[in-house]
Design a protein around this ligand. Structure first.
Ligand SMILES: O=C(O)CCC(=O)C(=O)O
Ligand SMILES: [Fe+2]
Length: 195
């Protein structure tokens, strides 16, 4: 027998484990971002939150893109895309970027194994994760950004300039680079606790 015991929850039929967008950054803008790479500002990637050093989970180099006036165009574009995407798909409460955008470089042998971007402590406010594929897909082998969707592993598009957005609680990884270099920007949009 059927029952009707609705709490009247607003259901979101547009939810997707990840979405991607192309064309927000022009090729010359991507090249401009790639030129930010400065070996002197580079650090070995650590994990936010718990288990800060876990060499088995992650190997890559990162630097941070300060939110200075010259870099604001990058933040602006990503913020506006995040808001649009959120309004179409997720309806999370978002407050903004509370951590600097991260420029990541994966060289041969580098990887980031299965993880969520969400967790206890300083990463508990993350709601949406964003990745920009900065490298030409033919410049590296391996280095796929993949999502675990139920029992299936799905790879994100690799095309240079693609922006992939996903809820920060979705499991994902970057497979080991077997040849070349892959670069990406990773950003996290934060918000108040889920309720
Ligand atoms: O490089 C990427 O595309 C994603 C990296 C990642 O998952 C992270 O930094 O949390
Ligand atoms: Fe991640």
């Amino acid at each position: 027998m059927s029952i009707n015991y609705s709490f009247g929850l607003p259901l979101k039929h547009n939810f997707a484990e990840y979405v991607y967008y192309q064309g927000l950054f022009l090729p010359h803008e991507i090249d401009r971002i790639l030129n930010f790479w400065d070996d002197d500002k580079t650090i070995k990637a650590t994990l936010a939150g718990e288990n800060k050093h876990d060499d088995e989970l992650r190997k890559s180099s990162v630097m941070f893109i300060d939110n200075t006036p010259e870099n604001d165009w990058i933040y602006k574009k990503l913020a506006s895309l995040a808001i649009t995407c959120n309004n179409e798909r997720y309806w999370f409460d978002l407050l903004g970027f509370h951590q600097e955008l991260q420029l990541t470089r994966y060289s041969e042998g580098d990887f980031f194994d299965w993880h969520m971007d969400f967790g206890p402590g300083e990463i508990s406010a993350r709601k949406l994760s964003m990745t920009i594929q900065l490298s030409d897909e033919n410049d590296y082998e391996g280095g796929d950004l993949q999502f675990m969707i139920n029992h299936k592993i799905v790879a994100a598009p690799r095309k240079k300039g693609t922006i992939i957005i996903f809820p920060s609680f979705i499991m994902h990884r970057v497979t080991p680079i077997t040849k070349g270099i892959r670069q990406s920007i990773v950003g996290w949009v934060s918000g108040p606790p889920y309720r």
